[in-house]
Ligand binder design. Structure first.
Ligand code: NAD
Ligand code: UDP
Length: 312
């Protein structure tokens, strides 16, 4: 198949491009390099099935493909809040452009949605039927509400025009190729520990997240994209149900890096969700999917990556 991956030069997108190429597909990677970089995909340039297009998804583009994975959107709060209006445009105009393409060429399209659609969740763990608790006017809204509108567009193009859609709600994912200045907690803690700096915990560190290793996520993406049936258009949570406080994560990073860690407590950002953990019953039943990489193993691999690539 010929497969388009928007945001393909980013952290998750680069792993997805690699996996799709290894399975014998042609891959078109489209990216504006806002948080993506050529280094993430330069090892794929010699592959005959790989093409790279520098393009912004907020602008229309004509391509002929069989499948579209729409990942284009900065994912770290630091980056999506840098230009919040652009973040909304990427989520809304980008989604409309990709859905227009899917409709025109009858491609199947998968949207990289997020657990952020649940906001600061009152239901715990989060099931797909939970409608969420999102602040529409806060600093995270450009991302959370942008992704919610993107889901709305996916469902409306499906119902109105019969577009063949898939929605993954991704929970916090980590692994090799996160940027050292990405700003998300796993890469921040690892980079800080390796540089002998204190780990910055926002708030008192009691808030929880559930961390999925990137290869597990990519497996879930591919299974959902290729799943058939009446029930495949509704959102699916993909994440690791292992739940950790940020204090526990700091200790795990200390173990994985083998360094003594100091902690610096900083103010909690606005609207920071207090807890997050996926219910993955639907992914198990629909896709036979569940995560296979425990946090300790995934952290070790990520630490090894940063040890190889970090400039100290
Ligand atoms: P990332 O920032 O590494 O990747 C995003 C990619 O999209 C980058 O390569 C960036 O340059 C590109 N991009 C951004 N705006 C664009 C635009 N307007 N046009 C073209 N390209 C654009 O982040 P990631 O962690 O790889 O996330 C990938 C997707 O998964 C995002 O849609 C994100 O919202 C979603 N997601 C990720 C997580 C996670 O924990 N990593 C969790 C939930 C959802
Ligand atoms: N966080 C932290 N220190 C950091 C970066 C993040 O304590 O250096 C916290 C952040 O406040 C949040 C959690 O870690 O409670 C996860 O943050 P991240 O930005 O990785 O993802 P998200 O909040 O989008 O789930």
């Amino acid at each position: 198949m010929r497969i388009l991956v928007t945001g393909g030069a980013g952290f998750i997108g680069s792993h997805l491009c690699e996996r799709l190429l290894n399975e014998g597909n042609e891959v078109i990677c489209l990216d504006n390099f806002f948080t993506g970089r050529k280094a993430n995909i330069s090892h794929l340039f010699d592959h005959g099935g790989f093409e790279m297009i520098r393009h912004d998804v907020t602008q229309p583009i004509l391509l002929e493909v069989d499948q579209i994975y729409n990942l284009a959107c900065p994912a770290s709060p630091v980056h999506y809040q840098y230009n919040p209006v652009k973040t909304v445009k990427t989520n809304v105009l980008g989604m409309i452009n990709m859905l227009g393409m899917a409709k025109r060429v009858r491609a199947r399209i998968l949207q990289a949605s997020t657990s952020e659609v649940y906001g600061d969740p009152v239901e715990h763990p989060q099931t797909e039927s939970y409608n969420g608790n999102v602040n529409p006017i806060g600093l995270r809204s450009c991302y959370d509400e942008g992704k919610r509108v993107a889901e709305t567009l996916m469902m409306d193009y499906h119902r109105q025009s019969g577009v063949d859609t898939r929605i993954v709600r991704i929970f916090n994912t980590y692994g090799e190729r996160m940027l050292e200045n990405d700003g998300r907690v796993v890469s921040n803690f690892i980079v800080q520990a390796l540089r002998g700096k204190p780990l910055t915990i926002y708030g008192d560190g009691s808030q929880t997240r559930s961390f999925c290793y990137v290869s597990d996520l990519v497996e879930g993406f591919i299974r959902l994209m290729n799943a058939e049936g009446d029930d495949v258009h509704m959102p699916v949570n993909i994440g690791n149900p292992g739940e950790f406080t940020m204090n526990e994560l700091a200790a795990e990073v200390g173990t994985a890096t083998g360094r003594p860690v100091d902690i610096e407590y900083l103010p909690l950002p606005q609207d920071d969700p207090k807890q997050r953990k996926p219910n993955i019953d639907r992914a198990k039943a629909l896709l036979g999917w569940e995560p296979t990489v425990p946090l300790r193993d995934g952290l070790l691999k990520t630490v090894q990556y940063f040890e190889r690539t970090l400039t100290f």
